[in-house]
Design a binder for this molecule. Structure first.
Ligand code: SF4
Ligand code: SF4
Length: 386
């Protein structure tokens, strides 16, 4: 396992981190439930901790608020807690009153069976919530926790476009930031530029969704052929990781592994001698650019995210919804986009809020039938099983 510097903290973390958002589950579709399979989850977490992974990421809300407790239970024995870094997050939606912020942290510490959190994140900052986060002085509250020794670092996770990311990054001397990146997202989400800017600031950079929720693991035949023709052979999973390992600014890459086999495969990839910054040759980068273009041909809605249609008077996040729908169409898998859509719904910005006023369609330079396409997207994206 390779270890990398974690921003300005002086400690090193394993290049592979375990994300506790996709722990093994027992799916019960009839009852609409999918609780974590605790025994398998303990085994996974302990194997990771005993085999070089020293970075564990969870959140207050993951797995219906059970993920933190499962991680805490798994690490409680054999002094594993002391050997690892635990990072967790409190979502803005759970901070209804100022007292809630402290209560939620206390509950998190209890569930994690620890006296301190290594880095405490504001979860999923969005353009629409950032002004309120500042107004509510949540960073100041976190600073108080840090002065009491309850947390050791302050960070944020972010889903959204680059300009709002940059505004958040520049606002504060964050210990770390966590963004979605993979070879499909170099010009999407916070973009590759976010990696450079975080590095320039000395902010530890943690990558989530390196495999786009698993979508990059099983390419369609045309894309598999591109990989197959290339003289250097790696699995699609390894190519995806290598793309991120190539950046010196990246501290750790979170992968939401569900099985022991996936974990073992990933540990092997991250332990290869050349799994270090600079591991991609110019030809390798051209291959990934060709694969990116090939995937993009599968997009259904020609939305360019220009945002001329915004704002919708009813709060519908049109480009974001189309982006999620295109992602599902592109990879033939709506699991991950459904999760993203669950957040859009939670904040009241989902497609079913459309009242068909038609204002957006008049402004779209691509002449997209927005109302009709929103309805199609909603049918495909609704129904995330927490
Ligand atoms: S048609 Fe729907 S999505 Fe478009 S502006 Fe009106 S309410 Fe918003
Ligand atoms: S105006 Fe059209 S192309 Fe631009 S973001 Fe809106 S739907 Fe997409």
């Amino acid at each position: 396992m390779h270890y990398r510097m974690y921003g300005k903290t002086g400690f090193q973390v394993s290049a592979l981190g375990l994300g506790c958002m996709r722990l093994p589950r027992i799916i019960n579709e009839e009852q609409g439930e999918a609780p974590v399979d605790r025994e398998k989850a303990y085994e996974l977490i302990r194997y990771a901790a005993d085999n070089g992974v020293n970075y564990f990421d969870t959140a207050f809300g993951y797995h219906g608020t059970t993920s933190e407790a499962i991680l805490g239970e798994a690490l409680a024995e054999e002094a594993r807690r002391e050997k690892v870094k635990i990072v967790t997050k409190q979502p803005f939606a759970e901070m209804k009153t100022q007292g809630d912020i402290r209560r939620n942290l206390e509950s998190t510490l209890k569930k994690l069976r620890t006296d301190y959190i290594d880095v405490y994140l504001i979860h999923n900052i969005q353009r629409s919530t950032w002004e309120n986060i500042k107004k509510r002085k949540i960073i100041e509250e976190y600073e108080q926790f840090r002065s009491e020794g309850l947390i050791r670092g302050i960070g944020f996770s972010y889903h959204g476009q680059y300009p709002a990311f940059k505004a958040v990054l520049d606002f504060y001397d964050w210990t770390m930031c966590q963004i979605q990146q993979n070879f499909m997202d170099v010009e999407n989400e916070a973009t590759e530029e976010a990696i450079r800017q975080a590095g320039k600031k000395g902010c530890a950079l943690v990558i989530m969704e390196p495999l786009r929720g698993g979508s990059l693991t099983t390419p369609p035949p045309a894309i598999q052929a591109l990989y197959g023709e290339y003289p250097v052979q790696h699995s699609p999973v390894e190519w995806s990781f290598r793309h991120l390992l190539n950046y010196p600014e990246v501290s750790t890459i979170l992968s939401g592994m569900t099985t022991l086999d996936q974990l073992k495969e990933n540990i092997a990839i991250f332990s290869k001698a050349d799994a270090v910054p600079g591991c991609l040759s110019p030809d390798d980068q051209s291959l990934l650019a060709r694969i990116r273009s090939a995937y993009n041909t599968y997009q259904n809605i020609p939305c360019t995210k220009c945002e001329y249609c915004m704002p919708c008077p009813n709060g519908v996040e049109i480009p974001n919804i189309f982006s999620l729908y295109n992602e599902g169409s592109m990879f033939g898998n709506f699991n991950q986009p459904r999760r993203g859509y669950m957040f859009t719904t939670r904040f009241g910005h989902s497609a079913d809020k459309c009242v068909k006023c038609g204002l957006c369609e008049q402004k779209c330079p691509q002449h997209i039938e927005i109302i009709k396409q929103l309805s199609t997207a909603h049918e495909s994206l609704k129904g995330w099983l927490e």
